[in-house]
Design a protein around this ligand. Structure first.
Ligand code: NDP
Length: 314
């Protein structure tokens, strides 16, 4: 199949808050950005419900609606937004090659990687069915909706420990479901969990099912040691078993940490390849908020603009 080749100054891969913010800044700087959205236009926010912590929306907003606003703002300044999936890259030369859906070849002077990360899920049918109706992968985003209620959280890493203590401040009771006899989280985080009186840690436990018709009403937990089943009466069920950054196609080209998060020069969005920038969750495993992703998207566009000026292209 012959490839159509397209030449641009600024290619943005991914369409979450980081990608759209990069697009708004790049378009206003007259870089004529081309954006490929990826398979899930709008990113992780399109699978959440109410967003109450993004500044500028005092009454809150639905995640998908917020991403429509981001998109409209990026389009207003002329971003060329297209549905498509980046499947391969070649960062050998000063011009960066990116293949979209294996049919289009883009030659870009700068590339802003905003491919995000995906939450890992347990894989239960009930988890999928009740996603957004009591099931969530983000305690900071959704914990508030369970104020004064009983909730459960699965996981035993630093994120789960941090989110369990966060939830404990809002909720009446937090059950932390840990699949082994110990936690993976740092000792300090473990101590914080164990010293919080309204967190009950259930070791050696796995989730059998999340129950509820329209929203979460309970969770069925099985203890692998005692072989006992227990029903937890919870209205919120949080999954914190890690995230997977969507960075596989860049692994031969960019430095990454052991989990696949792209390494950038601290305080910038620059990767080790000149003209290639990484923003949002693809390079951030600590904060992972829409607002921090948007902030880093802005950095990506400003870094790209400065790079193009430095090399005399713009
Ligand atoms: P991790 O990969 O560190 O931990 C994932 C946890 O989920 C593990 O305890 C794992 O269990 C458990 N798990 C995985 N799959 C399942 C499953 N199917 N069922 C039940 N449990 C499961 O991910 P985190 O998001 O916690 O952290 C990612 C990285 O970010 C880490 O390096 C962490 O240190 C860092 N981080 C640092 C923070 C900080 O410094 N403040 C805050 C948040 C994260 P098991 O242990 O049995 O494998």
């Amino acid at each position: 199949m012959s490839n159509a080749i397209e030449k641009v100054d600024c290619l943005i891969i991914g369409s979450g808050p980081a990608g759209y913010t990069a697009a708004i800044y790049a378009a206003r700087a007259a870089l004529k950005p081309l954006m490929y959205t990826g398979m899930q236009p709008g990113g992780q926010l399109t699978i959440t419900t109410e967003v109450e912590n993004y500044p500028g929306y005092p009454k809150g907003i639905q995640g998908p609606e917020m991403m429509e606003d981001f998109k409209a703002q990026a389009e207003r300044f002329g971003t060329d937004i297209r549905f498509g999936y980046a499947s391969k890259v070649d960062f050998t030369g000063p011009v960066h090659k990116v293949w979209i859906d294996e049919t289009t070849e883009v030659h870009a002077n700068t590339v802003i990687i905003a491919t995000g990360a995906s939450a890992k899920w347990l894989g239960l049918h009930s988890e999928e069915r009740l996603n957004g109706f009591g099931v969530s992968a983000c305690a900071v985003c959704d914990g508030f909706f369970f104020k004064g209620q009983d909730v459960a959280i699965v996981g035993a890493g630093d994120t789960a420990a941090e989110e369990a203590t966060y939830l404990a401040k809002l909720c009446k009771k937090v059950y932390m479901i840990v699949r082994r006899g110990e936690m993976r989280a740092s000792k300090a985080m473990q101590q914080r969990v164990l010293n919080t009186t309204n967190i009950e840690v259930l070791f050696d436990s796995e989730t059998k099912e999340i129950l509820g018709e329209k929203s979460v009403e309970a969770a069925l937990i099985y203890n692998n040691k005692t072989k006992q089943e227990r029903k937890l009466d919870v209205t919120g069920f949080f999954v914190a078993i890690g995230h997977q950054p969507n960075t596989a196609i860049f692994k031969d080209w960019l430095d990454m940490d052991e989990s696949g998060y792209i390494k950038t020069i601290p305080g910038t969005s620059k990767t080790k390849i000149k003209g290639v920038f990484a923003v949002g969750d693809a390079q951030d495993k600590v904060y992972r908020q829409a607002v921090t992703a948007a902030g880093s998207g802005c950095m990506g566009a400003l870094d790209a603009e400065r790079y193009l000026a430095e090399v005399g292209i713009h």
